[in-house]
Design a binder for this molecule. Structure first.
Ligand code: PNS
Length: 160
């Protein structure tokens, strides 16, 4: 069983995340979408809310599981027996940070591979931050988030 982890903040899930999760689900036997419990950031959605949005958005993928983690990604990956971490790369600007992370993770846990998937063209410009900004000013985010969780996301972002 080849297990991959898609880690992230997912605050909230975007169509860009969905693109990567769906493609990872076709490449690995099991994909664990792992929401980081990050106390430093000031999230719009609690970890439980983010996990619930992800659960609904990924319901059609039988081999995708939603979980959360704290601490180092490599420790979590080891505990889960994962062979890879899957990350989406949107642009060259993502690369420097992602490259540093993958090098550190490789030192800490050499058996774990980092697999980069180029984000599909239509989602290259997307991020959770951009979605939060558009929605907070009453803009339409229906093209940017999964349809099944659109209303929940809008509800929260416009009532903050
Ligand atoms: O969606 P994000 O916020 O870009 O996701 C970043 C994430 C969760 C992948 C990254 O912050 C992470 O792996 N955090 C766990 C801590 C860790 O292992 N850091 C690497 C060594 S410093």
């Amino acid at each position: 069983m080849r297990i991959a982890i898609c880690p992230g903040s997912f605050d909230p899930v975007t169509m860009g995340h969905m693109d990567i999760i769906a493609r990872a689900s076709g490449l690995f036997d099991k994909v664990i979408v792992a929401v980081l419990c990050n106390k430093e950031k000031n999230p719009c959605f609690t970890v439980e809310e983010r996990m619930e949005l992800l659960r609904q958005a990924t319901a059609e993928y039988d081999n995708v599981e939603i979980d959360s983690f704290q601490g180092l990604l490599v420790d979590y990956a080891r505990e889960k027996g994962a062979v890879a971490v899957v990350k989406g790369l949107r642009a060259v600007s993502d690369f420097e940070y992602e490259f540093q992370m993958s090098m550190i993770n490789k030192k800490l846990y050499p058996e774990l591979e980092t697999v980069y998937l180029n984000t599909s063209q239509e989602y290259m410009y997307l991020s959770s931050s951009v979605i939060k900004q558009i929605s907070s000013f009453g803009g339409d985010i229906s093209l940017f988030v999964p349809a099944c969780v659109h209303d929940k996301i809008v509800d929260r972002l416009t009532n903050m």
